[in-house]
Design a protein. Structure first.
Length: 122
């Protein structure tokens, strides 16, 4: 596997790997950053999703109670709704997927190192 493909795999977030869309990317963003709140522009910049797309998706996620909307200094900010049963399930899935990915990378690296050692010994 080329370095570029490995980097792409690392950039992909757990839900985005399955659904491959901006909604999944934004949910992953909130799960990864669940202890913070963000404005629409911050979400856009950090998640690399166009601002207009973020502004279209956010109300859907608020309506589904995946994220909460709050006002902070007359500015709307958004945070993960940690009290949602759906969010708990998505969070567990994300953690399991990331652990699995880390394990796979570790096994891949271990096998790669063993192959290199075998070449040296031979």
């Amino acid at each position: 596997m080329s370095k570029e493909k490995e980097i792409d795999k690392i950039k992909n977030r757990p839900l985005e790997r399955i659904f491959q869309n901006n909604i999944a990317r934004i949910i992953d963003f909130f799960i990864i950053n669940q202890n913070f709140n963000f404005s629409s522009s911050e979400i856009s910049e950090i998640s690399e999703v166009p601002l207009r797309t973020v502004q279209r998706i956010i109300p859907q996620l608020v309506e589904k109670e995946i994220i909460n909307e709050n006002k902070k200094n007359k500015k709307r900010v958004y945070e993960l709704n940690k009290h949602s049963e759906l969010v708990e399930i998505l969070n567990e899935y994300s953690i399991s997927t990331m652990n699995s990915f880390i394990k796979d990378v570790h096994i891949h690296d271990k096998n790669k190192n063993e192959t290199i050692l075998n070449r040296i010994v031979d």
